[in-house]
Design a protein around this ligand. Sequence first.
Ligand code: NAD
Length: 489
Amino acid sequence: MAIPIPSRQLFIDGNWKEPILKKRIPIVNPTTEEIIGDIPAATAEDVEVAVEAARRALARNKGKDWALASGAVRAKYLRAIAAKIKERKSELAKLETIDCGKPLNEAEGDMEDVAGCFEYYADLAEGLDAKQNAPVSLPMKAFKSYVIKEPIGVVGLIIPWNYPLLMAAWKVAPALAAGCAAILKPSELASVTCLELAEVCREVDLPAGVLNILTGLGPEAGASLASHPHVDKIAFTGSTMTGVKIMTAAAKMVKPVSLELGGKSPIVVFEDVDIDKAVEWTLYGCFYTNGQICSATSRLIVHESIAAEFLDRLVKWSENIKISDPLEEGCKLGPIVSRGQYEKVLKFISTAKSEGATILYGGARPEHLKKGFFVEPTIITDVKTSMQIWREEVFGPVLSVKTFTTEDEAIELANDTHYGLGAAVISKDLERCDRLSKVLQAGTVWINCSQPCFFQAAFGGIKWSGFGRELGEWGLENYLSVKQVTHYV
Ligand code: NAD
């Protein structure tokens, strides 16, 4: 059942604040196409106020020194946030489903991960205390050296709409664990649950200014944050095109950035597989979250000897995917997040057709749904490597298929992309899997699966998919600066 969307303001300095220019952005429910509320639209003026609040939260010797608080103190707040998220899990999942169209059971799983991520970084925050002043072994006895890890400072966190609260957690939890003060800028297409995170922060009395949440348009609020001289780092997740803009703005101030960008990840299926299992991972890898996953394995590279049977079963399984209102029990595929994105996905499909590819399955709006931004799960064959559908990220439920005969050919096809986020290999031959894991150009290689992701394991890309790693210890290091202290003794 749908629930009302809370009306919220910007979250600055521990309080709700109306945007200075009083602008708001409508929220469109992607399932019904109705306007169901609005979010505040921050402008450069609000970014200014939020940056000042964040800097005050870090100010030394004024009783507000978040950065100098022990990791144990920060951990207490992260655990309190996790507990509140758990308490509100079911409501938050519904809000996220209504806002961005993902099936409710997926959103519920995301909320558990959000809480888990805050708990995980609470542990790491505590562990950080013990790692301070780590001695460095020097060749000269006259000197003694040690290392302090300090928070980078005020960080701007800019995130996309596909996992709104989870992407926020991946950045906010390690940033706060490290002792940074943060300004979070969610996507204008899905900000509702991020604003509820603000309410959670109020409820747990997070010190004012430690986390500020500014909803608003990318080119306005996002760009102001990225180019602000008193923001010490930008951690960005989103498209490669926006990543380039952010890097360009940051370069002018030698501001560090970490970029988690787009992908066009392959799944290579060898001839020795259990076909049903491989079909299952192929569908999951490409159609989970309506295909709106940066690391979606959207290029299937299947051995020629099993291709016909594999595609046959892929189509049969696709016929059984329930496409419906994402709040409905058993829904497996909800709508695309927005009209713009929906039209973009359909355009990709029509261009593939006009370039000579075959739509083996799907390719259109499902007939039984008259409203909402729904696209059928789509399987495209007769694909050439020069085609747009093979080369560009669709960010929708669209799978492009090519066949191969030799292992070398499979590797060449898999690496035939500017991107390098994920890659999956399905084969019973584990030596072969190991060989491929070494040569596939990706930040993550999945063997006999696709997409599993753990807080403990690093996530990130190479090539056009960006640089820097989130999650695990690497995620914490993103927000720490190393200071080396040397004594003459
Ligand atoms: P997007 O680049 O359009 O927007 C991402 C964020 O950047 C939003 O908050 C947006 O408001 C902001 N933004 C837009 N223009 C900006 C500008 N000029 N300056 C500063 N900020 C700006 O991406 P999207 O459509 O929200 O998300 C989809 C993309 O995100 C896909 O390419 C997908 O692959 C990528 N993504 C990557 C990962 C990853 O971990 N690598 C995860 C999820 C999504």
